[in-house]
Design a protein around this ligand. Structure first.
Ligand code: COA
Length: 174
């Protein structure tokens, strides 16, 4: 497998549609039970805007779209990654690990002292995908710094939830 990770530069409609479909397909499975049916993680205008801002890195395996990660500098100075996705047909091959490493290298090169991520978790039960992520992020150096109610951050999206959720914010010193 020849894996390449780079910032997406092209934003033609077919590419935006492919990326949007991949992110929505992966999140529909990974966040099953957290959202009302038919709630989508993102849409084409948002993905096009993220690409235009130079914030979306894409993994290609032998030329095929195999994963994504969004990076940005927060107003508070930390780097943050999100929209971390590996295609279901390319799991367990190190694509997620390489995407996180790419995001961390990008933030280090920009002089950011810390990388942040937010993990959406159900408030009253445990979710197997989220448990896997919590364990993995801990293994690679992330630690929780706070837990915020989802509705505080996104009150307008709260009716879309199927169950009460929190954001656990993780940091890793770079
Ligand atoms: C998170 C995600 C991107 C990881 O992608 P991936 O390419 O399959 O992961 P990797 O192959 O890089 O493996 C990541 C870690 O999980 C471990 N792992 C991978 N597959 C595993 C499996 N089947 N069982 C146990 N551990 C596994 C790897 O050993 C690795 O751990 P390490 O870094 O300590 O060695 C992918 O699972 C995904 O798209 N999840 C859904 C979207 C999501 O929830 N994103 C995060 C939002 S915060």
């Amino acid at each position: 497998m020849a894996l390449e990770i780079s910032f997406a530069r092209q934003a033609d409609a077919a590419f935006v549609a492919d990326v949007t479909a991949l992110i929505n397909r992966v999140y529909a499975d990974a966040e099953k039970g957290l959202w009302q049916p038919d709630t989508q993680r993102t849409d084409e205008p948002e993905v096009a805007a993220v690409i235009a801002a130079g914030e979306l890195a894409v993994a290609r395996s032998d030329g095929d779209l195999a994963g994504t990660v969004r990076v940005q500098r927060l107003p508070t100075g930390e780097g943050e990654f999100g929209m971390l996705v590996a295609s279901p047909t390319h799991r367990g091959l190190g694509i997620g690990r390489d995407l996180v490493a790419f995001a961390e290298t990008w933030a280090r090169q920009q002089g950011m002292p810390t990388m942040q991520l937010e993990l959406l978790v159900p408030r009253e039960w445990t979710h197997p995908v989220k448990d896997f992520l919590r364990e993995w992020y801990t293994r690679i150096g992330y630690h929780p710094i706070r837990r915020d109610p989802f509705e505080d951050a996104y009150p307008h999206l709260q009716p879309r939830l199927a169950t009460p959720c929190d954001f656990v914010v993780y940091h890793k010193p770079l």
